[in-house]
Design a protein. Structure first.
Length: 121
């Protein structure tokens, strides 16, 4: 069960990772429309799983994760210095397709809504 402190630190880490990734010059990360979906921090704050999604799809997210993995040391250092954590968690980046899945669901709902509007007209 995650506590308030763990959830708060996870959100702070998420916010800082988003800021740091915008500053990266790696073309695998820079040219993508990335979203950090969520961050899960272990109870002892030593590990953090960072779920990354891209609007271009899961393949684009996987490519971006490769770039993020190569910049993990820099990202971890920046997050630690910005948040002034005693122990900065080790970051593990994971590609996620939740944004792509959400867009598909939105399109289906929109399509369904236009069908019902046509029936009412």
């Amino acid at each position: 069960m995650a506590g308030y402190k763990t959830d708060r630190i996870a959100e702070d880490i998420k916010r800082e990772i988003i800021a740091v990734t915008r500053e990266l010059k790696d073309p695998r990360v820079k040219d993508k429309l990335l979203t950090v979906v969520r961050v899960e921090v272990s109870s002892d704050l030593s590990y953090a799983k960072v779920y990354v999604s891209a609007l271009d799809g899961i393949e684009s997210a996987k490519e971006a994760v490769k770039g993020l993995v190569s910049a993990t040391g820099h990202i971890r250092h920046e997050v630690g210095s910005r948040l002034r954590l005693r122990k900065t968690p080790e970051l593990k980046f994971i590609a996620d397709n939740s944004v792509e899945h959400g867009i598909e669901i939105f399109k289906k709902i929109e399509k369904r809504g236009s069908v019902t509007e046509d029936e009412n007209a």
